[in-house]
Design a protein around this ligand. Structure first.
Ligand SMILES: [Zn+2]
Length: 220
């Protein structure tokens, strides 16, 4: 038996504690260590370097806007994902817990272009469980950094394994990368799937097959 929880877009705003920080970046607090001025100067330099006039009307506020956007999408660099895993509950449940379809957005570190997709995370507890919203919150911190999907998948699995002291953790991430769709090879329909299996998911084929069929089963 496994418990399956579909989560729709639960990662949105997940890692941000400020209650006023909703959809908008405007007014979002700037993390300490984020140098907005410096980003502004750099963006202005890029505009000049590509042959644009950063002082024309349409571009005048662009460096500032981009700086605030970077502060938002890279805020995870200044956050510790472990804080979301501190509060655990003692529960005699040692079957699989699966959270499916956790929407995420991140930026590839090679091109600084977004990649977006879904994460599916399962764990087998070892006497302690965590609140359902915690895994999306952890994902929100890890994805708000320049990332590589392969590393992101492994970081998440290792972090959960360690912090939850779980018997096993399985992470599957599927995403579309803008650097594959809007430039380079231009393959708009390609999706990139990565997985990381730890503990019993790695050791036992039956457990791994079970989680994969729960994640992908029923799909055409
Ligand atoms: Zn890329």
């Amino acid at each position: 038996m496994a418990m399956t929880y579909p989560v729709e877009r639960a990662s949105r705003n997940g890692g941000v504690t400020a209650p006023e920080d909703h959809e908008q970046s405007a007014g979002a607090e700037v993390p300490v260590g984020m140098d907005l001025e410096r980003i502004c100067r750099a963006v202005r330099e890029i505009l000049i370097a590509v042959g644009e006039d950063p002082d024309r009307e349409g571009l005048r506020e662009t460096p500032d806007r981009v700086a605030r956007m970077y502060a938002e999408v890279f805020r995870g660099l200044h956050q510790d994902p472990r804080v979301h895993l501190r509060k655990t509950f003692t529960q005699k449940y040692d079957e699989m817990v699966l959270i499916k379809d956790i929407h995420f957005e991140s930026f590839c570190e090679h091109h600084l272009l977004p990649f977006t997709g879904k994460a599916h995370v399962a764990y087998i507890p070892n006497g302690t469980v965590i609140g359902l919203s915690k895994i999306p919150r952890v994902i929100d911190v890890l994805t708000k950094r320049p990332q590589m999907q392969e590393r992101l998948t492994e970081e998440l699995a290792d972090l959960l394994m360690k912090e939850l002291d779980a018997q096993g953790v399985a992470v599957v991430m599927e995403a579309t990368h803008s650097c594959m769709t809007i430039r380079g090879v231009h393959k708009p329909d390609s999706s990139f799937v990565t997985s990381a299996m730890r503990g019993s998911f790695k050791e036992r084929l039956a457990t791994r097959s079970e989680v994969l069929s729960l994640i992908f089963g029923g799909r055409p």
